[in-house]
Design a protein around this ligand. Structure first.
Ligand code: AMP
Length: 187
């Protein structure tokens, strides 16, 4: 099953992605993790994206689309893709549609974890004390939320017409969200 977890930063996409990977024997495609990895490796891409990431800005569609292409075409991962943080712009959503058609796949479920701004700020502040992510400073959180509202909301409009789109209240406890997702998946 291919699944997209969609929602603002701090909605719990990563947490639910990890459960889904375990349950479905899937592969988490977290563009945030992939990009942080490039920075840690100090690769050419890492050097190009570090400032934007620390500023809470989006990395260019071109770089992100390039990084995920080989994962979508990987025969081992085919039909087991759990997208976490991708697509995040209309251009990425259209790119994903094309890559899926070209690799003869489809998305089975799109789960939109909907959370309000106040809950996000509280959650990300907490995450900063645990994971110490440099982009979890309050100012950066607010910028990331604004970026989400401007760039990512159109993706929501793009997907919300699909019959496999499901909105879930992301302010619930982690277990409650997992139970709701499992009910849709029938697992
Ligand atoms: P995340 O771990 O998903 O919260 O992503 C952390 C940061 O990585 C974001 O604030 C962006 O700077 C960058 N990023 C992650 N995914 C994408 C994406 N699909 N498109 C552009 N930038 C991204």
């Amino acid at each position: 099953m291919n699944i997209i977890l969609f929602g603002p930063p701090g909605a719990g996409k990563g947490t639910q992605a990890k459960y889904l990977v375990e349950k479905l024997n899937g592969y988490q495609i977290s563009t945030g993790d992939i990009l942080r990895d490039e920075i840690t490796k100090n690769s050419e891409i890492g050097k190009m994206i570090i400032n934007d990431m620390n500023d809470g800005k989006f990395v260019s569609d071109k770089i992100v689309n390039l990084l995920i292409k080989s994962l979508i075409f990987d025969p081992q991962k085919k039909g087991k893709l759990i997208f976490d943080g991708y697509p995040r712009s209309l251009s990425q959503a259209k790119n994903l549609d094309k890559l899926l058609i070209d690799s003869n796949q489809k998305i089975d479920f799109i789960f939109f974890l909907n959370v309000n701004k106040e809950t996000i700020i509280e959650r990300i502040k907490k995450r900063k004390t645990i994971e110490n992510r440099t982009d979890d400073e309050l100012n950066t959180i607010l910028k990331r939320y604004d970026t989400y509202m401007v760039t990512t909301k159109p993706v929501l409009d793009f997907y919300s017409k699909n019959s496999n789109f499901q909105e879930i209240d992301g302010s619930q406890e982690i277990d409650e969200i997992t139970t709701k997702i499992n009910a849709f998946l029938n697992v």
